[in-house]
Ligand binder design. Structure first.
Ligand code: HSE
Length: 439
């Protein structure tokens, strides 16, 4: 049976998972591929730590160049991550005539085009299934399974840490800071959680999905990004009363005047399948104009789910090698190498229902003042909750609007915050009612 040598750079958690999947599933992989995968070399700066997997002598080396320059290795897996040395490793691997598998969403969302162009020049493949949604095959779905469709919308819960924190806050109560601290103690959140809780990791992944869905080379700066640090227990409670759940969503919607691309906490109907995606789970809800809605759900991180996606990419590339082909599917899923000119809409032009919470003095006439300002900005009220009474003190007054223009909503918030009946900054959360479920 034919043997194909592969190399791995970065022997951390996912790298260890790759070794395990290749070892535990070698039989089924061999039967599916018709060839044997040999993990010939692994490079990592730490060659002494026991990862709990047995390697043959000489496999683990310190220098990544030992992998990149090995003429017998056909596929290099990059699992170093980040935008530093990883880019050099990928470009050097392509230059040395190798195909590449990577999970590096930060790198692909910022330098993807450069890497794809380098791969095209070398007629090499760069596969990156593990970069979005861990073990969920969403890249394959967009590049291949849904290739016959115009993609109309993408709604993703694609950061497990943020979803875990929001789920805990929703189910068990607690303040954001306390829930985050407990998640860190249990190892569910990083010591520096900013990429996860500030929506940056989600934006990286959304940039990759937009590239595949619309062929647009979107810049991260064009993706409106807001994290979950300001989500308050009160808003979670009121969301439930209105029949919503709060999720950190990655949203891309295609319309006549451009593509919406945004990441922010969103209120969604409690009965929508995305509202049921809890804990560290991820899900991506796609809508194609022919297929309708499709939802993929699964583990978006972790050793074995992520390794599942990495090894699937290796198998895919090896199938190409065995068939003496490459670049069969254009890497960004469209053939136009430099990306299609697609306008990314700014949030001013969004038209959505909004949840608004005001910390207002409890006295007659407050609601009419607020509704007067909203009316002046053409914002119509769908419902109002004001339960607690604290005469002369501050009470939360909560409003859900009909569809409103965000530009007008922001102007109204600014105006309302100048009123002397308002004691704190106004909180507003965007609501998505439909989420690609129907036209
Ligand atoms: N930090 C990511 C998350 C996992 O919390 O989902 C890797 O993409």
């Amino acid at each position: 049976m034919k043997k194909i040598n592969i190399g791995l750079i970065g022997f951390g958690t996912v790298g260890t998972g790759v070794v395990k999947v290749l070892r535990d599933n070698s039989g089924v992989i061999k039967e599916r591929l018709g060839a044997e995968l040999i993990l010939k070399r692994i490079a990592d700066t730490d060659v002494s730590r026991d990862r709990g997997v047995k390697l043959d002598d000489g496999v683990l080396v310190k220098d990544a160049l030992t992998v990149i320059n090995d003429p017998e290795i056909s596929v290099v897996i990059e699992l170093v991550g980040g935008t530093g040395v990883a880019k050099g490793f990928i470009l050097a691997s392509l230059d040395a005539g190798k195909h590449v598998v990577t999970a590096n969403k930060a790198l692909l969302s910022t330098h993807g085009r450069e890497i794809f162009n380098a791969a095209a020049e070398k007629k090499a493949d760069v596969y990156f299934e593990a970069s979005v949604g861990g073990g969920i095959p969403v890249i394959k779905a967009l590049r291949e399974g849904l290739a016959a469709n115009k993609i109309e919308s993408i709604y993703g819960i694609i950061n497990g840490t943020a979803n875990y924190i929001l789920t805990k806050m929703t189910n068990d109560g607690g303040k954001f800071d306390d829930v985050l601290r407990r998640a860190q103690e249990k190892g569910y959140a990083e010591a520096d959680p900013s990429f996860d809780v500030d929506g940056i990791d989600t934006a990286h992944k959304l940039a990759i999905l937009i590239n595949l869905a619309f062929g647009a080379n979107v810049k991260l700066a064009d993706i409106y990004t807001e994290g979950i640090r300001n989500i308050n227990q009160l808003d979670i409670k009121y969301a439930k009363e209105f029949g919503y759940r709060i999720k950190l969503l990655a949203i891309a919607k295609s319309g006549d005047s451009g593509v919406e691309a945004r990441v922010h906490p969103t209120m969604i109907p409690a009965g929508h399948p995305l509202a049921l995606v809890d804990g560290v789970y991820n899900a991506v809800h796609l809508r194609g104009n022919a297929v309708g809605p499709v939802m993929l759900w699964g583990l978006g991180a972790g050793m074995m789910p992520t390794a599942s996606a990495v090894v699937a990419d290796v198998i895919d590339i090896c199938r190409n090698i065995l068939n003496k082909t490459s670049q069969r599917v254009p890497l960004p899923s469209f053939t136009d190498e430099d990306g299609r000119a697609i306008k990314i809409k700014d949030t001013d032009s969004l038209e959505l229902p909004y949840y608004m919470r005001f910390s207002a003095i409890d006295k007659p006439g407050v609601l009419s003042k607020i509704s007067g300002v909203l009316g002046g900005h053409n914002i119509s009220i769908l419902s109002v909750i004001q339960k607690d009474r604290k005469v002369g003190g501050a009470v939360p007054l909560v409003i859900v609007t009909h569809n409103a223009l965000e530009r007008e909503l922001r102007a109204a918030v600014k105006e309302i915050e100048t009123l002397d009946i308002i004691l704190e900054k106004v909180v507003y959360v965007r609501i998505e009612e439909n989420l690609g479920a129907a036209n």
